[in-house]
Design a protein around this ligand. Structure first.
Ligand code: ADP
Ligand code: MG
Length: 483
């Protein structure tokens, strides 16, 4: 099921590597005590260090370092006990010092791996090259005044983790799965909120194309793409653009491009010749970062159960298929909700209800699992009413809808609406007899061999009993009276 782009000269394979900028969850910035909360009034969260006042010195925030280490551990990556901060020099109005403090040759985290899950049920391991810590820049606001640009430095100095993948991805779908999985892991770890709309996760997308078996060709980098869907679209259009160039006998230039979502194209931002020379050098204001192995071990011991481990446990403990487990662990809150419902109950039935009826209800009401109109315990109580034969599966759907609408407990709804299942065989026999008497032609057809009419009779009996008949008893009674 490999993804290729067909050209006049045959099929082209797409090669993708992602550089993801993930904003670190922390109260304060990487080198200052200024706050990091999203949505504050412009320039209210800026220290003298962030504004690059002369003589101000950076002091590293231990929590940001811990967050990077946790992330590295969560990606099964090598933690470098010694890393270093460098200055990446460039001029921009939203960068008061004239340089960004980043990690260049000596990142805090080395090679790791992310396992992605694909639609056909297969998995693939994608290499992570490195993770390094760096500062975010400020933000230029061009739409506040007709002739002036304003600068908001709230974001200046906020800690980012840049997470670089190997060029192991081969399709838009794989890139999307990688981003979603990375986001899930970061959220489990609590190291980045993964909120792409607020810009706390953005991706630079490196794309090249090649004929199967060839060495890599020249890549282009599409900068700052801010949603999973846009990353997938950008790859598709950029790969097609490159195929057309190669097919026409041209050559792809290595360059930085921008994705224009409105027009569905990428366009050039700067070519390799215009590429910045950042003049990296070690920041003289910061010592090399030396980590203590015991501290790393402490952080490791405190990590939560991560998505892959949880998925494996769900498969084993609850006997769920791979797909169900993967869906249920995608969000920590969903996994917790599921476990509350499943504990001590039919685990597969619980999974079906969570992934089917509950997800549909959340969609319909615009709620999340955290604000679900039906709490986990209430859904569990509904399953109990089915298990002890108080209601049948069909009525359960009706009760569930009422739970979503009213927030009432399932037992109360069943009593109020009189939905208890009928298990009285006398009443069932009477309903069956009435249905057979009312449908003499269908009965004759059935008796002359048209056995699939059995379903018709079941439906009629259920209808006559307002859906409340016990399905097994209805089946028995029908078989007896028809036979
Ligand atoms: P740079 O230092 O210029 O950013 P890197 O070697 O760090 O270059 O690579 C940046 C990203 O580009 C990585 O995610 C990597 O996987 C990806 N990449 C490298 N070569 C290719 C290629 N030929 N096609 C697609 N992506 C590539
Ligand atoms: Mg790069």
């Amino acid at each position: 099921m490999s993804y290729v782009i067909e050209g006049g000269t045959g099929a082209w394979e797409v090669v993708i590597g992602l550089e993801v900028h993930a904003q670190v969850v922390s109260q304060a910035k990487l080198f200052s005590g200024a706050a990091t909360a999203f949505g504050a009034e412009p320039n209210t969260q800026v220290s003298f260090v962030d504004a690059a006042f002369p003589g101000m010195l950076p002091v590293i925030n231990r929590e940001c370092v811990a967050q990077a280490v946790r992330t590295g551990l969560g990606l099964g990556a090598h933690i470098n006990l010694v890393s270093r901060f460098d200055r990446k020099n460039y001029f921009y109005a939203d960068l008061p010092p004239g340089y960004q403090i980043s990690q260049y040759q000596h990142p805090i985290v080395g090679a790791g791996v992310i396992e992605i899950e694909l639609a056909d049920g297969s998995t693939k391991s994608i290499g992570v090259t490195r993770l390094h810590l760096e500062q975010d820049a400020g933000k230029s606001l061009h739409d506040q005044h007709p002739t002036k640009s304003y600068i908001d430095l709230n974001r200046a100095g906020v800690a980012l983790m840049e997470i670089v993948s190997e060029p192991d991805l081969r399709s838009p779908e794989e890139a999307g799965a990688y981003l979603r999985k990375l986001r899930t892991i970061l959220r489990y770890l609590g190291t980045c909120d993964g909120n792409m709309e607020e810009g706390s996760m953005r991706a630079d997308v490196n794309v090249s194309v090649r004929k199967h078996g060839e060495p890599f060709r020249t890549r282009c980098e599409v900068k700052n793409v801010n949603s999973v869907r846009f990353v997938m679209q950008a790859i598709e259009v950029e790969a097609k653009r490159q195929v057309e160039i190669w097919e026409a006998g041209g050559a792809v230039d290595q360059e930085t491009r921008l994705f224009d979502a409105a027009r569905g194209i990428t366009r050039s931002m700067r070519s390799k010749e215009e590429a910045h020379d950042y003049r990296y050098f070690p920041d003289p204001d910061l010592l090399p970062l030396v980590l203590d192995e015991a501290w790393i071990a402490e952080l490791k011991a405190a990590l939560p159960e991560l998505p892959d481990a949880k998925r494996r446990r769900f498969m084993q403990q609850y006997g769920l298929p791979f797909y169900d487990s993967a869906v249920l662990v995608a969000e920590q809150a969903t996994a917790d909700y599921y476990e509350t419902v499943a504990r001590g109950r039919d685990a597969k039935l619980a999974a079906n209800w969570v992934m089917g009826d509950l997800f549909a209800a959340l969609n319909r009401t615009g709620r999340t699992i955290e604000t679900s109109p039906v709490p986990a315990a209430a859904l569990g109580a509904l399953l109990d009413l089915m298990a002890d034969n108080t209601i049948n599966g069909r009525i359960a759907k009706e009760v569930f809808e009422a739970m979503v609408d009213t927030g009432e407990a399932p037992g109360a709804i069943v009593e109020r609406k009189g939905l208890r299942q009928v298990t009285d065989t006398g009443a069932i026999d009477a309903a069956v007899a009435a249905v057979l008497a009312a449908n003499p032609e269908k009965l004759a057809e059935y008796r002359s061999g048209k056995e699939k009419l059995f379903g018709f009779f079941v439906g009629q009996v259920m209808k006559a009993m307002a859906g409340k008949g016990n399905p097994a008893l209805v089946n028995d009674a029908l078989k007896r009276q028809l036979g």
